[in-house]
Design a protein. Structure first.
Length: 273
């Protein structure tokens, strides 16, 4: 993994995600961080009624460049060996992130989010769900108060179904692989008897991720997101990883009990398609 992309709207939420990204890069040998800022243009016409592209775009582009430089300066000293690039754009946020991700060959996108009403108030926060659903590039969602720590306890959320077809081992290895990593596989179940069934997917997933020597845990809960919340509290999870087979999994995590989820105050969420 060489390049991470960090979209920013200069909010405190995206600043925290950016600081997280800088520390993540320094600790994991990442050599390039790309910052992207989406700016909105104001349409200006000439007296003859022709669109004045320079007056419509250029002032916003120049302001975006200036603000991006100030924002990066506000992050403090960038560790040696990390190259910084900046991009600006005027399409929608998720389209811009998708385009820049392809241009720079991003290995990981890091975005901030904050629960409750503030979730809707930040440009980056309100687009995180859409980006996480659409892009194939892994997305690391950083809660507003989360600070980077070395990932020791990683939990992978799984229903243990179709694991061979839906486990991107190479992407997981690129982001998470460390010899000292403790990996647990979490399956949230709604009936106690489901936790006692020896699911065939367990053995297959154990083989796919054998280098991590994973432990399998079952969490009995009446509610999917409450089960995740309780588990992350009980086991001091450093990062929660999901491999969404369907978009409703992401929507359930973001929207079902948004204000109650632990990772909105503590645990980063890694989404790998």
């Amino acid at each position: 993994m060489k390049t991470i992309l960090i979209p920013t709207d200069f909010s405190e939420t995206s600043k925290n995600a950016s600081l997280f990204g800088v520390n993540f890069a320094a600790a994991n040998g990442i050599t390039k961080i790309v910052f992207y800022h989406h700016y909105q243009t104001k349409v200006v016409y000439t007296p003859s009624g022709v669109l004045d592209e320079y007056s419509s775009v250029e002032p916003h582009r120049e302001k975006s460049i200036e603000d991006l430089n100030d924002f990066i300066d506000s992050l403090g000293a960038i560790p040696k060996g990390i190259e910084i690039e900046m991009y600006q754009g005027a399409p929608t946020v998720h389209e811009g992130v998708e385009e820049i991700s392809k241009i720079v060959s991003a290995d990981l996108i890091i975005m901030g989010i904050k629960g409750g009403s503030v979730f809707k108030e930040t440009i980056v926060g309100s687009h995180t769900l859409k980006i996480a659903k659409k892009l194939e590039t892994p997305v690391l969602v950083v809660p507003a108060s989360a600070k980077y720590i070395k990932f020791n306890k990683v939990t992978l959320l799984s229903d243990l179904k179709d694991v061979v077809e839906h486990t991107p081992v190479e992407k997981i290895d690129a982001i998470l692989f460390k010899k000292e990593l403790k990996l647990t596989i979490l399956n949230v179940v709604f009936k106690e008897r489901d936790a006692k069934i020896e699911h065939p997917g367990k053995e297959k997933l154990e083989f796919l991720l054998k280098k991590y020597n994973p432990e399998f845990h079952y969490k009995l809960s009446d509610h999917f997101t409450d089960g995740i919340l309780d588990y992350t509290h009980e086991h001091d999870v450093d990062i929660l990883t999901i491999i969404p087979k369907h978009h409703n999994v992401i929507e359930a995590i973001f929207n079902g009990h948004t204000q109650k989820l632990a990772f909105h105050t503590k645990v980063p969420l890694l989404i790998i398609h």
